[in-house]
Design a binder for this molecule. Structure first.
Ligand code: EQ3
Length: 324
């Protein structure tokens, strides 16, 4: 069997339940702007997930301080308009600047606004705003999800706001956030039940110490990384850039896995465990699966990262049916 990104993407895919997240995002996008903003407020304040402010060093925010200050000085209706423009992805100056920010900068931007709303410095979501029945229904669905799924939804929505970069042709700024882990991770290869593959153990060690150069060196030159709900990122340069922007401060806690040797000497592995983001530290652990394809030379040809649909999926480690 020839190893291709398509064949690797299909590994173990029949063994897990589909994630509810894409359908939820779809429903969210069909709500009115007022409902969207209010629902985000309820989801952020009432689902009990709390951001750890220590994660975000003050120095990381200086690039957007000017814009945030401008918003703080606006009148209440102007502030509301800015938020409406971001949600509607309207072509406005703030919405254009926003779309050029990295994912973490966008999250930091809203984190600051949320704090100012709570302090009464920025127009709050109208007290007592009544969600439409669709909005209310979606909020009930959100409450049933686990914390990891809830923060993934919040993140996806925040990242997709702003004037569409595909239309405005803005290249995201290479802003690097400095994250401090809530608890430092021991710089050692983890113990993963059922897995002894050195390249995979080295991957987790490198990621947990933000040593992205070492992590990328484990990939084949045409290797690919596929984050949850995203297309594969192919090649050393693109993977390294993605990791520097998105993977700093993550804590990867792989727990168990299975490994299958294929006829051509390549291997496929499925590993499940938890991941913490520096935004929420130990407050939220996401249930994750890593699906690795190693080429016959022992390099990572593909790793797909999946957000699991339920904690039960952590133990879903059935061998894959191998096409020959
Ligand atoms: C003000 C308020 C509340 C209301 C207003 O109406 C609208 C908005 C938007 C509001 C503000 C909302 C805020 C402040 C939301 C903040 C959300 C945050 C900080 C979410 C952060 C989520 C982080 C996540 C889901 C991280 C996931 C990371 C994963 C899955 C990493 C996976 C990886 C692994 C495991 C690898 O091995 C390789 C790398 C890779 C990154 C793919």
């Amino acid at each position: 069997m020839v190893l291709t990104i398509e064949s690797a993407q299909a590994m173990f895919s029949g063994n897990s339940s589909p994630s509810p997240i894409p359908a939820i995002l779809d429903q969210f996008n069909r709500l009115s702007t007022e409902d969207q903003l209010a629902l985000l407020w309820y989801a952020y304040t009432e689902t009990g997930q709390s951001i750890t402010p220590a994660a975000l060093s003050a120095s990381s925010m200086f690039l957007i301080e000017d814009l945030l200050d401008r918003i703080k000085r606006m009148s209440g209706p102007e502030q509301t308009q800015v938020m409406f423009d971001l949600v509607r992805r309207a072509d406005s100056p703030v919405s254009r600047s926003y779309s050029s920010y990295s994912a973490n900068t966008k999250l930091g931007f809203w984190y600051q606004l949320a704090q100012w709303m709570a302090d009464g410095l920025v127009a709050p979501i109208q007290y007592g705003y009544q969600l439409s029945s669709q909005g209310q229904e979606l909020f009930e669905t959100l409450k049933q999800l686990d914390g990891g799924q809830q923060i993934q939804i919040l993140r996806d929505i925040v990242v997709n706001m702003g004037y569409d970069p595909a239309v405005s042709k803005v290249t995201p700024e290479p802003v690097e956030f400095e994250f401090i882990r809530a608890e430092p991770v021991a710089a050692a290869k983890p113990h993963i039940e059922g897995i002894k593959e050195p390249v995979v153990l080295s991957y987790f060690e490198a990621m947990n110490t933000d040593n992205f150069a070492a992590a990328v060196a484990l990939f084949a030159p045409d290797g690919a990384l596929q984050p949850p709900f995203r297309a594969p990122i192919v090649g050393h340069g693109a993977i390294a850039a993605y990791m520097r922007e998105e993977a700093k401060g993550l804590t990867l806690m792989p727990q168990q896995g299975i490994s299958q040797l294929l006829g051509d000497g390549s291997k496929q592995l499925k590993i499940t465990g938890k991941v913490q983001t520096p935004w929420f530290g130990v407050n939220v652990a996401m249930n994750i699966a890593w699906r690795f394809a190693l080429n016959p030379e022992g390099k990572i040809f593909y790793v797909g990262i999946d957000l699991l649909a339920s904690p039960e999926e952590l133990l879903n480690l059935r061998p894959d049916k191998i096409a020959r």
